[in-house]
Design a protein around this ligand. Structure first.
Ligand code: SAM
Length: 237
């Protein structure tokens, strides 16, 4: 399913290499994604080269930019069909991954891929705003990741509560304007974070991407995350 040559060539530009076993697991995932997508909408991207670059290489490129230590605990918030969390885990099964999404059916797909590839992880069906107030998940992770879930202000309220002080929230975006980032700065500070790196890069020609790394420097005040309706109606200014 995946175009191996294209995948390796694309991620090599970011200094990322994967071994054959990782490729086999990722390829199985890609095959299941496209097959399941015929009966249940998981992605609009289904053409093999597009799946290879826009989903798999896009997620793998992060390994060239952020050092993820062995056995790191990661929560992938709004993981959907498993991006980026499932790509990370199938490449690096040492990672302790939690997949979080509010749509149960998508998590069912992730569980099927985990069963098929023999890799273990935790799958949580909840809204981030609720799980972030649950002591089982709050400030328990080295990293929270999110790709294409919400604007950076609201996403920071969803994600920073999960991160331990000293850990990081990593936001992966196809395109994020400077304005979006500027207007999130106050919220990030209030939630205990600080922007550490903001990297704009081209995945391939004319495919801009942006990775914003936010370091957790102090505990998130207990009132955050607020209930969904409040976040939607009254984003942190
Ligand atoms: N991260 C995946 C990707 O890059 O392909 C999925 C992106 S999809 C556009 C957004 C996902 O976030 C959906 O699966 C949706 O159910 C989930 N989501 C949105 N808001 C959420 C929330 N507050 N808590 C948990 N999941 C949420």
């Amino acid at each position: 399913m995946l175009n191996k040559e294209l995948l390796y060539a694309t991620i090599q530009k970011f200094g990322v290499e994967i071994d054959d076993n990782a490729f086999k697991r990722l390829d199985k995932y890609a095959e299941m994604l496209v097959e399941t997508n015929k009966s249940f909408n998981l992605t609009a991207i289904t053409e093999p080269d597009d799946v290879t670059v826009k989903h798999f290489a896009d997620c793998l490129a992060l390994f060239g930019m952020v050092d993820i230590p062995e056995n790191a605990k990661i929560i992938d918030v709004g993981t959907g069909a498993g991006f980026p969390g499932l790509v990370f885990l199938l490449t690096r099964p040492d990672i302790k991954m939690t997949f979080l999404d509010s749509t149960k059916k998508k998590l069912g797909f992730i569980q099927n891929v985990l069963d098929e590839t023999g890799v273990k992880a935790e799958v949580v069906h909840a809204r981030a705003e609720e799980a972030g107030q649950n002591p089982q998940y709050r400030e328990k992770y080295d990293f929270a990741t999110a790709r294409a879930v919400a604007n950076l202000t609201n996403l920071s309220e969803y994600c920073l509560p999960f991160v331990k002080v000293g850990g990081e929230f990593i936001s992966m975006k196809a395109a994020a304007s400077d304005d979006e980032i500027k207007s999130a700065e106050n919220a990030i500070g209030l939630l205990g974070g600080k922007i550490k790196n903001d990297t704009v890069f081209d995945l391939t020609e004319e495919m801009p991407r942006r990775i914003i790394e936010i370091k957790k420097i102090s505990q998130t005040p207990t009132k955050y995350p607020r209930p969904s309706a409040k976040i939607a109606k009254n984003p942190i200014k």
